[in-house]
Write a protein that binds this ligand. Structure first.
Ligand code: SAH
Length: 357
């Protein structure tokens, strides 16, 4: 009976007639957690939905972690300013270009430049770097994930050739946001940045952690309300994983099941969205990435950073950096995906508007 009711809710959600409020979503998330049959139904619907736009294609993005220097102090993050145990680095433009060349040869057609909010990565340096990558790899997408900036900086990066920007909103509930961040950071400003990015013309990605400290089901419901309203092109979600040198060291990790449920629901709410099965998901379960794809995700982001830097970019404990999580392990990743019926493709993997299939 309960399963039938949940299946009906999932149907309604995919037809756009489920109530768009945080309590209703929150309850659905909670109830789904306790009903495996309904979960399977959700994942099946989510796969069907992804296939309508993207077929069985999996897009890969080459992640380059360009700096672990950060001026912020987010309570969950391993590279927060006050973590004295981190050995800090900033990659030189030449090294970053080398990572791109290596990735290009392997078939990557999108590079993601991610980093802490490093004041040493000035706008001039970034513009120069983006222009160089754009010139050498004109057929590749360039994604940035460098945190909150002024409109002018975002615009300059875009003009230099960046096409996409990832800025997770982390949680769409402002009082929950307060519990995860120091007072100088605000959800309001983060969301303003996301609006600006979209206005400029970036394919824009937001997203949140699943199971972060103090998070309620209703908070996750609020995330869905926000996603539906903002209509991002990409959504990055993954479980919160505690890091031993942060204030949140003693909190438990987000769960696999809840993350998969959120992936499935997001796929139904935003049928065309580019949705990665993230490294964090692969970290909490050896088959996490595959399970993410089978719950509606369609993107994987292997790591192209130089090996010696990967262990310094530890956002959370036990973060994967080798194996099929890396550029070197691409063959393994392809095999993994083909075993579950998906094909890793050499493609920029841009967002497809409705009706563009
Ligand atoms: N400085 C950039 C990039 C941040 S790192 C920015 O502000 O956007 C990328 C993402 O890693 C963050 O947005 C956050 O959601 C995630 N992250 C950080 N610490 C984490 C942790 N302990 N567990 C899981 N994810 C984490």
């Amino acid at each position: 009976m309960k399963t039938e009711k949940l299946k009906e809710d999932i149907q309604k959600l995919s037809q756009g007639c489920f109530p768009d409020d945080k309590e209703a979503y929150g309850k659905l998330i909670g109830d789904l957690g306790e009903n495996e049959k309904a979960q399977q139904y959700l994942f099946e619907k989510a796969r069907e939905t992804a296939a309508l736009t993207y077929g069985n294609k999996i897009y890969i993005r080459g992640l380059i972690e360009i700096s672990n220097i950060c001026k912020n102090n987010c309570y969950y993050c391993g590279i927060r300013k006050d973590n004295r145990k981190v050995s800090r680095y900033r990659l030189s433009p030449e090294i970053i270009l080398e990572c791109c060349r290596y990735g290009y040869d392997k078939g990557f057609r999108t590079f993601v430049l991610q980093g802490g909010e490093d004041p040493g990565l000035t706008d001039e340096k970034m513009v120069d770097l983006i222009s160089k990558i754009h010139r050498e790899f004109p057929d590749c997408g360039i994604t940035l994930s460098l945190g909150e900036k002024e409109r002018e900086s975002y615009q300059r990066f875009f003009d230099a050739g960046a096409d996409r920007y990832l800025l997770r909103h982390e949680t769409a509930d402002s009082s929950h946001y307060r519990k995860l961040h120091p007072p100088e950071l605000s959800l309001h400003h983060r969301m303003e940045c996301l609006e600006i990015l979209k206005e400029i013309g970036y394919q824009t990605g937001c997203g949140c952690m699943i199971g972060s400290p103090y998070q309620t089901e209703e908070n996750l419901g609020q995330d869905l309300v926000y996603l539906k309203r903002f209509q991002p092109h990409m959504v990055g979600i993954g479980p919160f994983i505690s890091q031993k040198d942060t204030p949140f060291r003693d909190f438990s990790n987000g769960t696999l099941t809840r993350t998969l449920i959120m992936l499935g629901l997001i796929r139904l709410l935003l049928p065309q969205v580019l949705l990665p099965a993230t490294t964090a998901l692969g970290t909490i379960h050896p088959r996490g990435r595959e399970m993410g794809i089978l719950a509606g995700a369609n993107v994987v982001m292997p790591n192209l950073s130089p090996r010696e830097n990967r262990k310094k970019y530890l956002l959370y404990d036990n973060k994967l950096g080798t194996g099929e999580e890396s550029g070197e392990g691409l063959e393994l990743l392809k095999q993994q995906m083909s075993r579950i019926g998906y094909e890793v493709v050499t493609d920029r993997g841009d967002y497809k508007e409705k009706g563009m299939v």
